[in-house]
Design a protein. Structure first.
Length: 143
C-alpha cells in the first residue's frame, strides 16, 4: 500500500479494499481503520494517524481480522448498527460485550465477503453508525 488516508467516498472504499487485500496477503492479525472529521482530522494529520482528538469522545475505529469486524459503539450507535446490518444480511453478529465498567458495547461481526463488500460496510458504518460527515477522512492506521 502506498497511501493511508482518503476523504472521497470512492477513494475511502478503495483504501479499505486495498487494506483488506494487504492484510490478507501479509497474514497480519488484524487491520485497523480510523475516521476523523473537523478538529480531529487536523489532529490525526499532525500526529500521523495517532490517537488524537477529544479524550471524552475517542475517534471511531473499526478492526478487521480473521473474517471478523470488531468495533465499539454507544447505545445509540448500536441501534444504528443493527439497522445497517439489515443492508448486509450476509454479515452476522457473533458477540456483543457490554462490561459494567464500560460505557458502550464491543461488537464482533462475522463478515465472509470480498474486499469490495467489506469496504462498503466500513464506509457505511462510519457514515451511518458513527454519523461521520460525507467528507470525513478515513485512515488505515494499521494493516
Amino acid at each position: 500500500m502506498t497511501r493511508f488516508d482518503a476523504t472521497d467516498p470512492g477513494e475511502r472504499r478503495k483504501l479499505v479494499a486495498d487494506a483488506v487485500r494487504a492484510h490478507r496477503e501479509r497474514g497480519s492479525e488484524f487491520l485497523t481503520v480510523e475516521a476523523a472529521w473537523g478538529d480531529d482530522e487536523e489532529t490525526l494529520a499532525d500526529l500521523g494517524a495517532d490517537d488524537g482528538g477529544d479524550a471524552t469522545a475517542p475517534d471511531p475505529w473499526i478492526q478487521f481480522g480473521d473474517r471478523t469486524f470488531n468495533l465499539d459503539v454507544t447505545g445509540a450507535e448500536l441501534t444504528r448498527l443493527d439497522a445497517l446490518l439489515d443492508d448486509y444480511p450476509e454479515f452476522r453478529v457473533e458477540a456483543r460485550d457490554s462490561p459494567a465498567e464500560a460505557e458502550g458495547t464491543n461488537v464482533r461481526i462475522t463478515a465472509k465477503s470480498d474486499a469490495g463488500r467489506l469496504a462498503a460496510f466500513v464506509d457505511d458504518a462510519f457514515l451511518r453508525v458513527y454519523e461521520a460527515p460525507a467528507d470525513y477522512r478515513l485512515w488505515a492506521a494499521s494493516v
